[in-house]
Design a binder for this molecule. Structure first.
Ligand SMILES: [Zn+2]
Length: 255
């Protein structure tokens, strides 16, 4: 991605989602309510700045936990928030036709899909047969089971007490990051040469069922670009301090 591109829309969308999550934590939803104006403007089209890929878990509705209303977010939900061609095609549609610029993958604590993947991986490692079958559930879990394997190898554990070395919460976080990494790579391939590629921010996040917080685990590009004011703030402060020192000295010299 081009680092100098304008990602203001994506950055402000991310800020808005995190602000919405703060309102949710405080029990002060503002946007996740029926809004007549949004309903009427929705008749003539949509322009959601953000795409949210989340798990289908009934406890994690993105519109509610991020306090967003009609037309605000383009939501794709699938158990385990994994990426496949249908999910990618939906993202590409929103990016190229609706003007979305932020893609956030939102995993969540205590995820049943991650729990099932952990079980399937442990079973495969304990001689219980293959971890990946051809049935629909196994196919859905396959990328999460791969993540379990990476985590187990990183923990230096290919046997023993796997349940402790790859806890579900670690799988949840790594799965969100792995999915977002795949999204980032797929967008680079599919939008190669398209100028909007430089305007997109991809983020991996996690919703915590215990306290209702959404935190960003990783993002591409890594950090929001600093504004000209932020960049020059240290110089301006130094100049200001210098001016005060000179002023005080001049004041003392004329006394
Ligand atoms: Zn889940």
């Amino acid at each position: 991605m081009v680092q100098t591109a304008n990602r203001n829309k994506a950055e402000s969308a991310l800020g808005e989602l995190l602000s919405g999550n703060k309102r949710y934590q405080q029990g002060a939803l503002q946007k996740c309510v029926f809004n007549q104006q949004a309903f009427i403007s929705g008749k003539s089209g949509q322009a959601p700045p953000a795409i949210v890929l989340s798990c289908s878990d009934s406890r994690v509705p993105p519109e509610m936990v991020l306090d967003q209303g009609l037309g605000d977010i383009f939501v794709i939900r699938v158990a385990g928030n994994v990426l496949d061609n249908n999910v990618l095609a939906s993202m590409l549609y929103a990016l190229t036709h609706l003007g979305s610029r932020l893609v956030i993958v939102m995993g969540h604590s205590k995820c049943g899909a991650c729990n099932a993947a952990q079980g399937a991986y442990i079973q495969s490692q304990s001689g219980g047969g293959q971890s990946k079958g051809v049935d629909p559930v196994s196919q859905l879990l396959a990328p999460i089971i791969d993540t379990c394997g990476h985590l187990a190898r990183n923990a230096g554990n290919t046997g023993g007490d796997l349940k402790n070395s790859i806890p579900v919460e670690a799988i949840v976080e790594q799965n969100s990051i792995a999915t977002a990494t795949s999204v980032f790579q797929a967008l680079q391939q599919n939008l190669s040469g398209n100028e909007i590629l430089g305007e997109i921010v991809v983020a991996a996040g996690k919703y915590d069922l215990d306290d209702g917080t959404v935190k960003v685990l990783k993002r591409w590009p890594a950090k929001a670009p600093r504004s000209a004011l932020q960049k020059n703030l240290p110089k301006l402060v130094l100049l200001g301090v210098g001016a005060i020192v000179i002023g005080v000295k001049a004041f003392k010299s004329i006394r």
